[in-house]
Design a protein around this ligand. Structure first.
Ligand code: COA
Length: 339
């Protein structure tokens, strides 16, 4: 450690976690709104107008969530210049893991050969990546992990009723990953904020397959292994909650909306994203949007968008980046980063 660099005016600089590499991966197969017009009673006009989504990626039958994790992780680790052996913790945020047990993080650990890493999953649905970021940040700041691989990954397409037009047009598959490492100074994750209100658990849920409704002929017949969503009710809560969340997150860090360089929101609906940006008086040029190409990839949406803006050179050192998400639980979460 370089003690001169770690001190300022005789005081030790605070320990933070920093994102030192990002990566993402999306399956090759593209499913457009026009393809969906042939499957269910919908139209490109309705989907684009109501959501902003134009197409989404769909995993192969043989591709599982850990396969998407692996590709995104390799990209993030290359960017961070970190080897598998150096990773000491793997966290996968997902609601569509390979299987209920073991964790997708353990399966990823095997695929990476990351034999020195502990591994576990976090499930907070679409807020999962930010929940994972908060956990990873605490591990790093607490000193118990030095190189954390955090992945948000989903194969939503295998949990969607492709006959239900109210959900099948919304979701897509993908993965995004980051490597977090400790750093002393002003740069890194400034704060993370996690919230939940389980009273609205049934606004978005996948009711079958757990201990409440274990898999049976009945649960299959009743399509309980597919995502159910009260879209309009969720929409209203999401807009209200996210507007408050972004303002509160900035206030807590004494950062003005005008100082923000980039908003990276969860990609569920362009209208929700625009409402949040308007509340911050932020031009859309400072908002990362990719749901037109990927749809809602749940916990993968933020790390994919982050990887895209990093690789496009849209964020630079000292920039304030605000991340926010909303999803099943209901859960919502935010993080402020000084890049
Ligand atoms: N194609 C055509 N029509 C459709 C349709 C589709 N794919 N899906 C629903 N409709 C119809 C409905 O049946 C309804 O018809 P009706 O008025 O005859 O009953 C009409 O469109 C309006 O449905 P509604 O659900 O009120 O639309 P909406 O404006 O709320 O948009 C969502 C639906 C899902 C796009 C929107 O509610 C949404 O994005 N919700 C939030 C999602 C979210 O944030 N989730 C959290 C993270 S996962």
């Amino acid at each position: 450690m370089n003690s001169a660099r770690n001190c300022q005016g005789g005081k030790q600089l605070p320990l933070k976690s920093r994102i030192t590499g990002t990566g993402s991966y999306a399956p090759e197969r593209v499913l457009t709104n026009f393809d969906l017009e042939r499957k269910v009673d919908t139209s490109d006009e309705w989907i684009t107008g109501r959501t902003g989504i134009k197409e989404r990626r769909i995993a192969k039958d043989t591709e599982a969530t850990s396969d998407l994790c692996l590709e995104a992780s390799k990209n993030a680790m290359k960017a961070a210049d970190v080897t598998s052996a150096e990773i000491d913790l793997i966290i996968v945020a997902t609601m569509s893991g390979d299987m209920p047990m073991p964790s997708t993080a353990s399966l990823l650990q095997k695929k990476l050969g990351a034999k020195n890493a502990g591994a576990f999953d976090v499930n907070a649905a679409c807020s999962g990546f930010l929940y994972g970021l908060s956990v990873a940040d605490n591990f790093v700041r607490g000193g118990s992990a030095k190189k954390v691989l955090l992945v948000g990954a989903e194969v939503m397409s295998k949990f969607i009723d492709w006959h239900d037009r109210t959900t099948c047009v919304l979701f897509g598959d993908g993965a995004g990953a980051v490597v977090l490492e400790p750093a002393r100074g002003q740069h890194g994750i400034l704060s993370t904020h996690l919230y939940s209100d389980g009273n609205m658990w049934d606004y978005i849920c996948l009711p079958g397959g757990g201990s409440l409704n274990p898999p049976s002929a009945k649960t299959v017949k009743e399509k309980m292994h597919f995502v159910k969503m009260k879209g309009n009710e969720t929409f209203k809560v999401a807009v209200r909650t996210l507007e408050r969340l972004v303002i509160d997150t900035l206030k807590k860090n004494k950062v003005k909306p005008s100082e923000l360089a980039m908003l990276i929101p969860h990609q569920a609906n362009l209208r929700i994203i625009q409402a949040t940006a308007e509340r911050l008086k932020l031009p859309m040029s400072k908002v990362a949007v990719n749901l037109d190409r990927y749809g809602n990839t749940s916990s993968a949406s933020i790390p994919i968008a982050l990887d895209e803006v990093v690789r496009a050179g849209r964020i630079k050192k000292n920039d304030y980046i605000l991340l926010e998400a909303f999803g099943a639980g209901l859960t919502w979460a935010s993080a402020l980063i000084k890049w």
